[in-house]
Design a binder for this molecule. Sequence first.
Ligand SMILES: Cc1cc2nc3c(=O)[nH]c(=O)nc-3n(C[C@H](O)[C@H](O)[C@H](O)COP(=O)(O)O)c2cc1C
Ligand SMILES: Nc1ncnc2c1ncn2[C@@H]1O[C@H](COP(=O)(O)OP(=O)(O)OP(=O)(O)O)[C@@H](O)[C@H]1O
Length: 316
Amino acid sequence: MTELHRDVAGPCVAPGGSVVTVGAFDGLHRGHRALLARVRERADVLGVEAVAISFEPLPRAFFSPEPVPRLASMREKLEGLRDAGMDRVLLLRFNRALTAMPAEQFVRDVLVRRVAAREVWVGGDFRFGHKRGGDFALLERMGAEHGFAARAMPVQQIDGLQVSSSAIRKALADGDFAHAGRLLGRPFAMSGHVVEGEKLGRTLGYPTANVPLGRRVTPLQGIFAVRVDLPDGRSGLPGVASLGVRPTVNRLPQPLLEAHLFDFDEEIYGHRIRVEFVTHLRDEEKFDDLDALVVQMDRDAAAARAALGIAPVEGA
Ligand SMILES: Cc1cc2nc3c(=O)[nH]c(=O)nc-3n(C[C@H](O)[C@H](O)[C@H](O)COP(=O)(O)O)c2cc1C
Ligand SMILES: Nc1ncnc2c1ncn2[C@@H]1O[C@H](COP(=O)(O)OP(=O)(O)OP(=O)(O)O)[C@@H](O)[C@H]1O
């Protein structure tokens, strides 16, 4: 069981201490996973806890006047950190108080007092604390004083470029799913619970599993060929999905993910599904009427089948 903490007060790890890493960890890309694997490995060698310290909301989103798209929801991040073998996750509230905290105080209060760090692993260019005043050199200096070792993880690169959450957001915004997948080390996907829709989709010939994304700012918009995993273990089910505000029917205040699975006729309300994005087919459009929308949905479904390498429907 991974333990989760949301505040900075008081010690929380076993007396032996911990091997710890710190960062935003949005998307858990190849760089993050290499770092977390090293933390797990070193914690096993020392016989102590493996701890990840992260922040919510994402620091970048806290500071940006523009909405910053997220690669993963908070829940997906926590699941990913657990799957990477973290014994404990400190998910600190990224608020004014935390941004005002000088780097030295973060080291003393959080790394030393709260998680009793024996080793701290970060990427070599990692910055932290008020006005990004803390860097690797500070960790080394303060580690010598407080009895922990600062360790720099070699930067993970693909095609000579540093793997980063920002680079993945950009690749997705450009529709370059292949590049995003290379940086992530797996295809980009979103998970969520299926809720009931207006049931108009089935009258149009395209029943959809509707997955609300809450206030999450998504890095994608449009119509996609997708593969869907169900909680019962069935995976890679082919389909076509729309992620948008549905301007034709009734414009929604928040984007909704809707997936139509091919040759599938089951109730999956309430199930948590994972939608993997394979190809961006087009942007969302406002049609004059539902007939025009259905003509386009037929084209989308055919294009998605082709993109997924499945035979076209007879007579279509
Ligand atoms: C393949 C596909 C393409 C879609 N394209 C658009 C679109 O371009 N514009 C739009 O307003 N809605 C689009 N939608 C959303 C439909 O309007 C929506 O699925 C329909 O209203 C059914 O809603 P319901 O699931 O709440 O019944 C698309 C849906 C699918 C499955
Ligand atoms: N490519 C990488 N190789 C090794 N470590 C990395 C890499 N990218 C990030 N890290 C480290 O992982 C931790 C979490 O990184 P964080 O999510 O804050 O940054 P990021 O992935 O570079 O995202 P952003 O693009 O938003 O800055 C930090 O310690 C960071 O230095």
